[in-house]
Design a protein around this ligand. Structure first.
Ligand code: PLP
Length: 309
């Protein structure tokens, strides 16, 4: 099977499938020079995509918001994602899709409309944005000094590579010996962190911010789980003081799932371990995966299957 070449990852770029080490874009691509790109990430768990349609829907909304129109249509994009995973032979995978502005057709043009937009995708071995060891002990979360970029400047519901503020938060967190960071907006409301949404638990009630953050697919899954488990949950303004005074805190993302927090700044939550409600939701999230929740099996093409025999 081609997976020996592709075991470290498979990419689709320039209309071709290549091993991840060979995947590259031109240095003059505006997707690189201006972060003028949108993306999405879906995970594959035990050979099945999780909520693939939801990720494709969000990706298309992001492309429309930024007026990006690569030549591949939705059906083709879906096929490409299946093919990337199939080429790697991975059962658990991090799968990214990206639409980039590209380069201007007319030399020297500064008009985005003159650029040839293009689509790339890749599948990698599973990625956790917070390592499983840190998840098990509970992450230490730094409240960043840098504010989240205002929603009016860049719509945070469009999944994008404009990560300057999030990366500054991460640098601050590491400088202070913390695992990761959470950013507040200039008005002091909690938003999100580098690659995840945040939830707090207060008096048995689950809350997640209504602003400054991506409408995470994992966030939606957590809200669904709360509903089915009879846990009161709401999307609402979350002042920083509520985060600092929470009974429990957990983070949510495609690349890691439900990730409990044990410390917020210098404050230790509960017994310095993942809280009970966070663990209940984390366990339910993965148990439902085992049961095939929102699952689309990865299609393995006849040629790949034949090659593996
Ligand atoms: C900034 C940001 N917020 C939130 C999330 C979580 O979104 P999802 O659950 O759809 O992965 C991500 C995921 O990468 C992210 O980059």
């Amino acid at each position: 099977m081609q997976s020996s070449n592709f075991a470290d990852g498979a990419a689709y770029v320039g209309g071709r499938f290549v091993p991840i080490q060979e995947a590259a874009i031109p240095v003059t691509d505006w997707g690189f020079t201006r972060s003028d790109a949108v993306y999405d990430v879906v995970h594959v768990f035990h050979a099945g995509f999780f909520r693939l349609d939801d990720h494709l829907d969000r990706f298309h909304r992001s492309m429309q918001a930024r007026r990006l129109a690569p030549k591949e249509n939705r059906v083709q994009i879906e096929e490409i994602l299946h093919r990337c995973v199939a080429l790697t032979g991975l059962r658990d995978s991090y799968v990214a899709m990206v639409a980039l502005r590209g380069r201007p057709r007319i030399a020297g043009s500064r008009r985005p409309a003159d650029c040839d937009n293009h689509f790339i995708a890749y599948a990698l071995p599973w990625v956790d944005v917070i390592s499983p060891e840190v998840q098990a002990r509970g992450a230490h979360l730094w409240i960043a000094g840098v504010p989240r970029v205002p929603d009016a400047c860049f719509d945070p519901t469009v999944k994008n590579y404009q990560w300057g503020d999030l990366t500054t938060g991460l640098l601050e967190a590491h400088d202070h010996g913390f695992d990761t960071a959470i950013l507040c907006d200039a008005e002091g409301f909690v938003t999100e962190g580098p690659g995840f949404n945040v939830f707090i638990v207060k008096d048995g009630r689950v809350l997640t911010p209504d602003r400054g953050s991506l409408h995470g697919i994992t966030r939606a899954s957590v809200l669904e789980l709360c509903l089915s488990l009879g846990i009161e949950a709401a999307v609402a303004p979350l002042p920083r003081a509520l985060l600092e005074d929470a009974d429990e805190v957990f983070l949510a993302t495609t690349a890691g799932g439900v990730m409990p927090v044990a410390r917020v700044g210098r404050r230790i939550l509960g017994n310095d371990r993942p809280g009970p409600l966070s663990m209940q939701l984390k366990d339910a999230y993965w148990r439902k995966h085992e049961e095939g929740w929102h699952r689309t099996p990865v299609r393995v093409l006849a040629e790949e299957r034949a090659g593996s025999l």
